[in-house]
Design a protein around this ligand. Sequence first.
Ligand code: CMP
Length: 481
Amino acid sequence: MAPRSKNKFALFFIAAAVVLVALYVAFHFEFALQTLLSAKMGRLAANAAPIVHVLQLILLALLAYLVVRAFNVFVFGLVFRFRRGFEAPTLVRNIFTIIAFTALFFIIFSVMFPDVNLGALFTTSAIFGVILGLALQDTLGNFFSGISLQADRPFQVGDVISVGAEKHTGVVEEITWRAVKIRTFQNHVVLISNSTAAREPIEVCPRENLNARLVFFNTLYSDSPAKTIHVVREAVREADNVSQKITPIVRIRNLGDNGVDYEVKYWLNDYAKYNDTDALVRQRIWYAFRRAKLNFAYPTRTLLVERTPKPGMRPGDESAIVERLAAVDIFAPLSPEETAMLAQAASSHVFAPGETVIRGGDPGSSMFVVHNGRVNVQISENGRARNVATLSEGAFFGEMALFTGEPRTASVVAIEETEVLEISHEAMKRVFDNNPDLVESLSHIIAERRQGLAAREELSGSKRDESAGILSSIKRFFGMK
Ligand code: CMP
């Protein structure tokens, strides 16, 4: 037990013992006391008995006060703490003390002075009431606002609240009959009178609630959103005091002047520590950016000397594209020069997860190679999309429409952030003009894929027939003999 509460207990017991002894003396030796007083008071001897009665009344009132205090400490301090985990608000304790004490006093008074009508004494003094009301206008206003706050229970001790236009924010420490006491995050105590608290808007972040926070950051326009969102989400979810119950949300807030503006929304275990947690989240983002080679955007003015790059291409991309195309099986028969020519003509496009690259039924005059990422090939079955294949880096699609001029046979949708290289009809025609043998190997591949589709659609026809038909249609479409 803390020394202060030890002292309080000792004081309480001493006071109780003194009052009890005094009461014993006042009642047991009542007659002797009266005789003693009347002997001492001479002419006023007749008042001895009432004086002893008043003395007894005062002692009983003191005892009542001590009993109420003891009850108060026991019920609101210990039982509340034990049953609910926190002490009862001071306001509740005070109201209880006042009511219990007044009731006991009335009982004792009417037992000791049955002839005096206490009720009449108070109710008849209307002027007394008016004076008291005016003098205590503010105090009573606070008192009743305090009572309505208690009845409403918009917040409790331990909750974080923000009050009024000045946004006083802190942890509620106490709700007294006059004011709400909050401790700010600078460890200052702010007292907000109950009437102000009842009038002003209050933002409450309850202790037992999963409260969320928003932290803002930005990246350069060149940094990929899908990567940024993944990296930041993983970095933040591991931070201390970030709730594991809900995964943080990272999303684009704005396309700003200096870069892409993001916000990360996360939920806290202990909201009272949000300043530290916000700081930790920012720190984690910084380190995660560093590891993932992402860049914060800050106000910069960069002069770029543009050397007419191909649309969608970054410096250094071209050699990677040549390598990628050289590894695609249908382009294996091409010479390095022809591959380089194709790479020159290819243009790169980036798709976000879930975006459609090509849509089944649309006309199309280009094919694609998956440079980075993965896509799903989907056909429509009873109005529902069904995956027929998943293609990853180095795979190609869209060749059927390109080579035959027919509409797209399927839709292709990016699974993750995906970069594709688009090869146009003209680029392909130049390659065919250089290398007519390529048409034959391509026609086999197209025939194979068509059979895959046909099997699903229960179409008949042999692969050999398909392949021969496709060969002639490619030749026709590309104006070859
Ligand atoms: P195209 O018809 O131009 O557009 C849709 C593309 O999806 C198609 O060309 C093929 O490249 C591809 N595709 C269709 N069916 C399959 C399949 N069964 N396996 C792999 N890719 C396919």
